[in-house]
Design a protein around this ligand. Structure first.
Ligand code: 5SP
Ligand code: FE2
Length: 220
C-alpha cells in the first residue's frame, strides 16, 4: 500500500503564535505543513500572504505545502516560491493559462499541484497530469476550515488514482476538507496519499497534536 502523509493546515492553528504552532505540529509528527492562502476574491475569506510564509520558514524544515486560493494567480507564484514554498498548488479557475502557471512553478524549482473544487471534474487534468507532482482534491468548498466532508469526491479521487496508475506516474493525491479519523480511511481507500487536516490536527492545543496526528494515521 502507498504511504500516507499528513499535512496539517495551519488555518486552524492559533494565529497569534503561528511560529510556535508550526514548531509544535512539526514536532508532533506532521510530514508537511499545509498553508492556505486566501484572497477574499477567489474565495470568501482572507488569510495570509508571502510575508507570513517567509516568517514561518525558519520554524520548520518540513516541506511547506502552499495551497493558493487567489486570482489572478500568475503575479504571485514567484513571491511564494521566494518566501520558501516547496509545493505550490493552484486552482485551474484562478488564471487563464494553467499549463503556463505549472511551467512557471516548475521553472522555479518547486513542486506543482493542481487543486479541484468539488464541482470541478477530474477531466480538467487531462492535459496536465504528466506535468504535475500533486492533485489536491477539495472535499469541501474552499474558503474555510471546519466544514463537512463531501463524500461524492471519493469517486473523483478513485478516478484520478486510476489515471495515475494507468499512466505509471508519480503524482500524489492530496485530499483537503473535513478530514478526521472517520473520513481519513475513506480517502485513503479511494487512493489519497496525502491528508490535509486543519480542525482535526489542531484540536485541543499543542499537547494533543501528536495524538491527533496518530488518530489520522490510524486509517493508514
Ligand atoms: O483549503 C482549505 C479550506 O479552503 C483547507 O485546507 C482547510 O483548512 C481544511 O480545514 P478542515 O476542513 O480540516 O478543518
Ligand atoms: Fe487547503
Amino acid at each position: 500500500m502507498a504511504r500516507t502523509l499528513i499535512s496539517p493546515s495551519i488555518l486552524s492553528a492559533d494565529f497569534s503564535k503561528l511560529g510556535d504552532e508550526v514548531r509544535s505540529i512539526d514536532a508532533a509528527g506532521a510530514d508537511w505543513i499545509h498553508i492556505d492562502v486566501m484572497d477574499g476574491h477567489f474565495v470568501p475569506n482572507i488569510t495570509i500572504g508571502p510575508g507570513v510564509v517567509k516568517a514561518l520558514r525558519p520554524h520548520s524544515a518540513k516541506p511547506f505545502d502552499v495551497h493558493l486560493m487567489i486570482s489572478p494567480i500568475d503575479n504571485f507564484i514567484d513571491a511564494f516560491a521566494d518566501a520558501g514554498a516547496d509545493i505550490i498548488t493552484v486552482h485551474p479557475e484562478a488564471g487563464p493559462h494553467l499549463h503556463r502557471t505549472i511551467q512557471r512553478i516548475k521553472a522555479l524549482g518547486k513542486k506543482a499541484g493542481v487543486s479541484l473544487n468539488p464541482a470541478t471534474p477530474a477531466k480538467m487534468l487531462d492535459y496536465v497530469l504528466e506535468e504535475i507532482d500533486l492533485v489536491l482534491v477539495m472535499t469541501v468548498n474552499p474558503g474555510f476550515g471546519g466544514q463537512k466532508f463531501i463524500a461524492s469526491q471519493l469517486r473523483k479521487i478513485e478516478s484520478i488514482a486510476n489515471q495515475v496508475a494507468k499512466k505509471d506516474l508519480v503524482v500524489d493525491i492530496e485530499v483537503d476538507g473535513g478530514i478526521d479519523a472517520a473520513t481519513a480511511p475513506q480517502a485513503i481507500e479511494a487512493g489519497a496519499t496525502v491528508l490535509v487536516a486543519g480542525t482535526a490536527a489542531f484540536r485541543g492545543g499543542p499537547e494533543n497534536y501528536a495524538a491527533n496526528i496518530a488518530a489520522l494515521r490510524g486509517g493508514a
